[in-house]
Design a protein around this ligand. Structure first.
Ligand SMILES: Cc1ncc(C[n+]2csc(CCOP(=O)(O)OP(=O)(O)O)c2C)c(N)n1
Ligand SMILES: [Mg+2]
Length: 550
């Protein structure tokens, strides 16, 4: 040990840097034979599958706002994790990923740059420990400055055995000017109070950028001053308490009637950290056609990308709102507020669950209740994800872990594990579908190994439900490969050492959720729900948001 310190062996030097950056966990798989056997450290956490390890780093980062650090070795370890890189990058999650090659010869090595570059913010290749160390320092800065994203550092494991002699000069591309914080354009901010005062029908869109920039206080303050109604994107949920009196609910393909109608009729649209994905806008030409638009986003690439805006502000949402709050913000018109508030805020249901089967919304509300309205919630992708977005009452930012941009099935359990590692005393709930859960269920073992406080709720509809819903509504009910079989999840849980519970009625649901929340540690619950229940509203693909089927 002392010998390493004196010699500053590469691996020890790297650990020093991790400690300086207060890295709590290094997310990796147990199968990776990385160098750490030689060092005295306490922060590696081990998963079964590389994809899950990096999803967990992502879940940790979304929960805390800190950088998630992942470690991948061997060629197949990297290819296994590519989906997780894409998932995190598309949702602007800051991760630093170390990729350690085992092979010596270049022609045997995977082309990591070629494979990952379209899914990262920056790629480094280190040829010596004297490069790896300054690259690591730079990576921590790049991942979190400006729009957060992924930095990959690629190197051969041999360099960890080299002696570190001091930082070598490294080159960083200057095209990445976004790495530096931008000055907020004051002249535009100063025009906004008059715009806000004159607007008759203003609406705010709260996007994921509000969560990422920790804008919740500034945003609450801005809402209190202006009394402008607001809508949330999937990624923006939790930035403001979902029960806030000005909240009209989620906007977009599965948005509420109130949210979509208000945005459609708005004459001023204030867009905060929103990238206007097609799930938000519907048909772009029909999106909020009569509004003047203000867009605040840290990434200049997002401004005027899909939607033309009259007032572009490149900058951090929190910093911009804080500046704006210092100005004189007044509004008097309250007719608009009364009107939008009279519209439905909840997602409508075409039909309630038949017979005695449980309504999915009711399960989510029970989970919320027994977690005392204070949980970190992860989801997979599908109908259960949208029901969660509508029915869980998110109170705080960073309490909703879901794959927005990539829509990655298999994200839920590992992300919940990352969240539970970050907040061991917090209730963490993973809401999953019978299809999605099967994509990373091996990590039940990880939840047991670290005795994490995760309650898993699997919605059993026997279908890849969201795909079935599309086939029903938009392909004349021609069902193709959407019916699925599942293992007996309760027995499966028990075989991993996890408590397994099942409910088929609302009374049983009440009972098992109560019981599960009383246990500290992992519990898996299944809920049998009606097989052909749909998520409503839904905007038909290519339609305007006002064409939603209710
Ligand atoms: C890895 C991956 N493959 C395919 C899809 C497309 N997809 C979106 S939702 C969905 C069905 C999910 O089924 P399930 O997990 O049972 O959720 P449900 O919709 O039934 O609630 C599929 C296949 C995806 N999002 N991710
Ligand atoms: Mg399903």
């Amino acid at each position: 040990m002392i010998q390493f310190e004196e010699q500053k062996l590469g691996e020890q030097k790297l650990i020093d840097i991790f400690e300086q950056h207060k890295v709590e966990f290094l997310f990796k798989t147990a199968t990776n034979q990385s160098f750490f056997c030689n060092t005295d450290h306490h922060f590696t956490v081990e998963f079964i599958h590389d994809q899950a390890a990096i999803h967990a780093a992502d879940g940790y980062s979304r929960t805390t706002g800190k950088i998630g650090v992942g470690w991948l070795t061997s060629e197949s370890g990297v290819t296994n994790a590519v989906t997780s890189l894409g998932t995190a990058q598309l949702d602007s999650v800051p991760l630093v990923i170390f990729i350690e090659h085992q092979r010596n010869s270049i022609d045997q090595q995977l082309d990591v740059d070629g494979l990952t570059k379209s899914m990262t913010k920056y790629n480094f290749t280190a040829n010596s420990i004297n490069e790896l160390i300054p690259m690591t320092k730079a990576a921590f800065k790049i991942a979190q400055t400006g729009r957060p994203g992924i930095v990959v550092i690629d190197f051969n494991r041999q360099i960890l055995r080299q002696t570190y002699e001091g930082d070598q000069q490294i080159h960083i591309d200057q095209l990445n000017q976004e790495f530096t914080q931008k000055e907020i354009p004051r002249h535009i901010i100063e025009q906004l109070p008059a715009l806000i005062a004159q607007a008759k029908q203003p609406v705010i869109i709260v996007g994921g950028g509000c969560v990422i920039s920790n804008a919740h206080h500034a945003l609450a303050n801005f809402l209190a001053k202006t009394q402008i109604p607001f809508v949330s994107t999937l990624m923006g949920l939790g930035a403001v308490n979902a029960d806030h009196p000005l909240h009209l609910g989620m906007i977009g393909m599965h948005g509420t009637f109130a949210a979509n109608r208000a945005v459609h009729q708005a004459d001023l649209l204030i867009c905060l950290g929103v990238r206007f994905s097609d799930r938000i806008t519907g048909n772009i030409k029909g999106f909020s056609p009569n509004s003047l638009k203000v867009q605040i986003d840290i990434d200049p690439v997002e401004i005027n990308k899909l939607i033309d805006v009259e007032y572009p502000i490149v900058g951090d949402v929190n910093a911009a709102l804080t500046q704006l709050n210092h100005l004189n913000l007044k509004r008097t018109n309250s007719d608009w507020l009364k009107t939008v508030m009279s519209w439905h805020k909840k997602s409508a249901q075409f039909h309630k669950a038949k017979n005695k089967l449980i309504d999915p919304g009711a399960i989510i509300r029970l989970l919320n209740k027994y977690a005392n309205n204070d949980a970190i919630v992860s989801t997979d992708v599908g109908q259960h994800q949208m029901w969660t977005a509508h029915h869980f009452s998110f109170q705080k930012p960073r309490s909703f872990l879901t794959s927005g941009g990539f829509g990655t099935m298999g994200y839920g359990l590992p992300a919940a594990i990352g969240g539970a590692m970050a907040k061991p005393n917090q209730q963490v709930i993973c809401i999953s579908g019978d299809g999605s859960f099967q994509m990373n269920l091996q990590e039940l073992l990880t939840a047991v190994r670290y005795q994490l406080n995760i309650k898993i709720a699997i919605f059993k509809n026997g279908y890849l439900g969201m795909v079935r819903q599309w086939q029903q509504l938009f392909y004349e009910r021609h069902y193709s490969q959407v019916q699925i079989s599942s293992p007996d999840f309760v027995k499966l849980a028990e075989s991993y050492g996890v408590i397994g519970l099942a409910a088929e009625t609302i009374d049983q649901a009440n009972e098992i959720i109560k019981k599960a929340m009383e246990v500290k540690g992992p519990v898996l619950m299944t809920f049998t729900i009606e097989d052909e229940l749909n998520v409503f509203p839904i905007v038909p693909p290519g339609g305007n948001n006002t064409d939603a089927l209710q």
